[in-house]
Design a binder for this molecule. Sequence first.
Ligand code: ZN
Length: 366
Amino acid sequence: MSAHCPLELVCFVVRAQTHSLGYSSSLSSAVEKVLVNTRHRWYMWHIMAKVAEKVPKSLLGNSEFKKDLNSCIWSELIEPTEFEDKWKTVMETYELEGDEWFVSMFESRKFWVSAYFRDFPNSSLIKTNSVSESQNSFFKRYTQSRANLVVFLMNFNNVVDAQRNHSAKLDYMDSNTTAKMKTEWSLEKHASTIFTDGAFKEIQEQILEAYNHCSLVSISNDSSPEVYKVLDHFSNTWTVTFSVADSVCQCGCKMFSRTGRVCCHIFLVLKNKKMRLIPENLIGGRWLKSPLVKAVHAVQCQDVATHVYVDEKEKAQAILLGEMLGIYQAVSVDIDQIHELTSIVREARQQIFADGVVTSTARRRN
Ligand SMILES: [Zn+2]
């Protein structure tokens, strides 16, 4: 397993369980204990593969049934109660209410239906087994079927090196690529400077969506939080709240908490508020340029913006580490800048330390 071991372990365990679509409570509680702050989710691909076996023959090839079923189980935009209503309608329409398999799948709905994961941060990664399968194919390129444990470990190290090398290349490209702006919004320019190239392209799509297709239906700004109703391309109206005191902005579509990327509805409200920069609470750590550096150097990467810190010191440490690695990444492509930063750091070090002991703020000012 790679540096992202816990996620892969979840994939492995969940896949092992969903092969039989059985649910082992002892295995599940063991995983919960080891992998805290994670949620057990079944692979949709395996479940959907079973549908064709389980439905009556009369429904095979019924495109309307497929469309109706997909729209209720795949949607991340509906709440669990809406899912339950939609599911009931589908079961009634296609006379599946008494079907044993569909009844049991409904009882286990919290483990696989998208509506139950709509505000859970997974960066939209673990929805199907595609992540696991792509990892499998990646590792297969470096392994041999009859390798002993020593050879396996050597190959494994090569895999990790290759991944880090690839990540370093992407970092380099991020530092040297100037993204093309598609609007005159300063929010777009700001996004291009803080997010990785890949993440920025997806965020730019949301900005364009807000620019071209979203409109404000109503504004209630008499008290804080202000409440905005935003109509989008799909004729959905979402409620966006904006707290004036701290610029905390939240949208009912929950895309930010789910993926770490700001949705078009929030971008429209920020534009309406004439904000030039994306507020700090909407800058999820996962897609920033600097966390890639942390991953390359195997430093534990915490999402400073969304992670709940029990200890203030721990939070301050994470912020400091992010700042330092961010600066390192910004200058690391230019040898002159590296020398310049090194001398600045040495100078700062002399100022901060005196006789091996950190000076107090007052003493440092003196
Ligand atoms: Zn939204």
